[in-house]
Design a protein around this ligand. Structure first.
Ligand SMILES: Cc1ncc(COP(=O)(O)O)c(C=O)c1O
Length: 390
C-alpha cells in the first residue's frame, strides 16, 4: 500500500524534536551535530534567538495579505538586497525552483521585447535548478527527466568545465547561460573564476543574459554575500533561496533593470511570495549575514574547517580522496561509498549530506561555534575509523 506521504524521498529513520544552534535532538534524546543545516538552509543554525524573536513578533502582527497590497517588509528586504548587490530589482518566491521559473521567463521576455526572440539556454552537466518541468529540462540529467517528457524545449547541456564547447555553443541565438558558481547537488564543484569571467565576456559579446543560480552557494556560504563576488563579475539575473529565509521558505530573483525590463504588471506573480512573515525573517537573516564582520568570520571558520578536513583525509586515505569547495560549502570526495560513510557519520552523531560524484557535503550553519566544528570533525574521524574496521 502506498504510504500516506508520497514516497518520493529516501528518508533516514531519524525524527528530530528540537534544534538549537548546530545541534539537533532526536525523539529518543540522542543529539547530532548538524553539518547539513537542512541542505544549506539554516544559515544561522536552529532557533537563532533573533530569528525566533523576529518570526514571533511578526506572527503576532500580520502573516499574510497577498501582493494585492503594499508589503513594507518585502520593500525593506528588496531595498537591502539592491543595496548589497548588482541588482536593481527583486521578485520574491517561496522556493529555489520558483526562482528558476522566473529567471527563465524573464530572459525569454527580455529578448522577445527587444524584438529578437531567443529560445536556447545553455546549462552545465551536473547542474541542479529544481524539480519543476522547466528546471529539470534545464538540468537535463537522466535521473531527473526520465519518464517526464516531452520536456520543455530550449535547453542545451554542456560538459562541466569545457570552455571550448562553451565558446563553440555561444552565438547570438542564445537566450541565456544558467550556472551555479558553485555546484551543490552536482558534488560541490566551484566553477573556476576565469571560467565565470569567460561566461560573462561571452554573454556580453552575444547579447545573451547571464543567470547565476546562487540558491545553494549564496547568502554568505562562501564567505562573500554571493559566491560570484570572488570572481569579480556580476550576472544579469540571480536566483537566491535556501539560506535567505534561515528555515522559512523564501526565495528571490534579483535582476538588473535592463534584464527585468520585460516583467511589467501582470507578467508574473505569486500568492505567497514575499509575504510579511517570510520577508520579516529574510530581512533579519540578510541584515545579519551581509555584515562584513559576519562574513569575515565565515571565512575564518571555513579556513579552520578546511584545515581539519585535510587532516581527516590524510588520516583516512582509504575512505576519503580530497576536500573541495569554498567557504562553508565543502565537499569530501570519497573513495569508499559516500552513502555508507554518511551512515557511519550518523552513527557517530554527525549529519552530512551526500551529493553526486561520491561526495559528502558539509554545509554547516554559518555561525557554527569553533568547538562544534572541532567536535564534528572528531566525530567524522570516529565514523571513518569505525567504517574502515567494519
Ligand atoms: C542550486 C540550486 N538551485 C535550485 C534549487 C531548488 O530549490 P528548492 O528545492 O528550494 O526548490 C536547489 C535545491 O537544492 C539548488 O541547490
Amino acid at each position: 500500500m502506498i504510504p500516506s506521504v508520497l514516497p518520493t524521498y529516501n528518508r533516514t529513520p531519524l525524527s528530530f524534536v528540537k534544534g538549537e544552534g548546530s545541534w539537533l535532538t532526536e525523539a529518543d534524546g540522542r543529539r547530532f551535530l548538524d553539518l547539513g543545516a537542512g541542505i544549506a538552509v539554516n544559515a544561522l543554525g536552529h532557533a537563532h534567538p533573533e530569528l525566533v524573536a523576529t518570526l514571533s513578533g511578526q506572527a503576532q502582527k500580520l502573516w499574510h495579505v497577498s501582493n494585492l497590497y503594499q508589503i513594507p517588509e518585502q520593500q525593506a528586504l528588496a531595498d537591502l538586497l539592491v543595496e548589497q548587490t548588482f541588482a536593481d530589482t527583486v521578485f520574491f518566491t517561496n522556493s529555489g525552483t520558483e526562482t528558476a521559473e522566473l529567471a527563465i521567463k524573464m530572459a525569454r521576455k527580455y529578448h522577445y521585447d527587444k524584438g529578437t526572440p531567443r529560445e536556447t539556454f545553455l546549462t552545465f552537466e551536473g547542474a541542479f535548478h529544481g524539480r519543476s518541468t522547466a528546471a529539470i529540462a534545464a538540468a537535463g540529467s537522466e535521473k531527473m527527466v526520465k519518464g517526464f517528457g516531452p520536456l520543455m524545449p530550449g535547453f542545451r547541456q554542456l560538459p562541466w568545465g569545457d570552455m571550448e564547447a562553451f565558446e563553440a555553443a555561444m552565438d547570438d541565438s542564445i537566450c541565456a547561460v544558467i550556472v551555479e558558481p558553485v555546484q551543490g547537488e552536482g558534488g560541490i564543484r566551484p566553477m573556476p573564476e576565469d571560467q565565470l569571467r569567460a561566461l560573462r565576456a561571452a554573454c556580453d559579446r552575444t547579447g545573451a543574459l547571464l543567470i547565476f543560480d546562487e540558491v545553494q552557494c549564496g547568502m554568505g556560504r562562501t564567505g562573500k554575500l554571493f559566491a560570484h563576488e570572488w570572481a569579480g563579475v556580476t550576472p544579469d539575473i540571480m536566483m537566491v533561496a535556501k539560506g535567505i529565509g534561515g528555515g522559512f521558505p523564501l526565495g528571490a530573483v534579483l535582476a538588473t533593470e535592463d534584464a527585468a525590463s520585460g516583467m511589467v504588471a501582470g507578467t508574473h506573480g505569486s500568492t505567497y511570495g514575499g509575504n510579511p512573515l517570510g520577508c520579516a525573517v529574510g530581512l533579519k537573516v540578510t541584515q545579519i549575514v551581509s555584515d562584513p564582520a559576519f562574513l569575515a568570520e565565515v571565512g575564518r571558520k571555513a579556513g579552520l574547517l578546511r584545515q581539519k578536513l585535510e587532516g581527516l583525509v590524510a588520516g583516512h586515505p582509504d575512505s576519503f580522496d580530497s576536500v573541495r569547495g569554498m567557504g562553508l560549502m565543502l565537499g569530501l570526495k570519497c573513495k569508499a561509498p559516500a552513502a555508507d560513510l554518511a551512515a557511519a557519520a550518523r552513527e557517530a552523531g554527525v549529519l552530512v549530506v551526500p551529493a553526486a560524484d561520491n561526495v559528502l557535503r558539509l554545509l554547516p550553519a554559518l555561525n557554527i561555534p569553533d568547538e562544534d566544528l572541532a567536535e564534528a570533525v572528531e566525530r567524522l574521524d570516529t565514523a571513518a575509523t569505525a567504517f574502515e574496521s567494519a
